[in-house]
Design a protein around this ligand. Sequence first.
Ligand SMILES: [Fe+2]
Ligand SMILES: [Fe+2]
Length: 213
Amino acid sequence: MPAVFNNNQSEWRTDCEAVYPKALRMIDDCPTDDLANLQRTLSVHRYEHTLGVAKESIRLAIRFGCAPEKACRAGLLHDCAKSMDRIDMLKLIDGSEWDVGELERSIDSLLHAPAGAVLARLFYRETDEEVLSAIRWHTIGKLGMSKLEKIVYLADLIEPNRKPFDGIDAIRQLSVNDLDHAVLAAAESSVRYVNMQGGTVHPNTLDLIKALN
Ligand SMILES: [Fe+2]
Ligand SMILES: [Fe+2]
């Protein structure tokens, strides 16, 4: 990771101010049913986070040459299963296309990612495989992530409503010019968080870190 950061987030904020009005128009153009269903099923806080991830995913997509429409869709749907209970999430996952290992199955905060990918297909009629895959991997990451997968993974951590954590300014600053270094810093930060909580870091996240280092 580069040793020197401009720690005041100014470039990130400037970029957000330049792109977010366009991002909001793109979100407004989404099917109103989908927005209404997200708003109905998610908490107020989670819905605000969802809009923040969609805006930030669009910004990153424009910055790093990815389709903003796909980023918008993946950002909006990434946490669509977040309010489901565990049994319903497992029902969605079982028999789906996604392999979900024991560690993910045992932690609700990880389970909503594969469950969300299934729900996005079944309920929100999302058929774009790249979008579904970005939803599926947004919590733990994996080796060989696509640009869209990296964008949603990163946007989830740095969206403007995210409660500040140690290192967020540096990650936001990196996200202006260097997607891979920003994703690496985000993954390292999530490992620190899981370790602090006494949890088990998913091997996918460690693979991601090794690959980007
Ligand atoms: Fe999530
Ligand atoms: Fe999220």
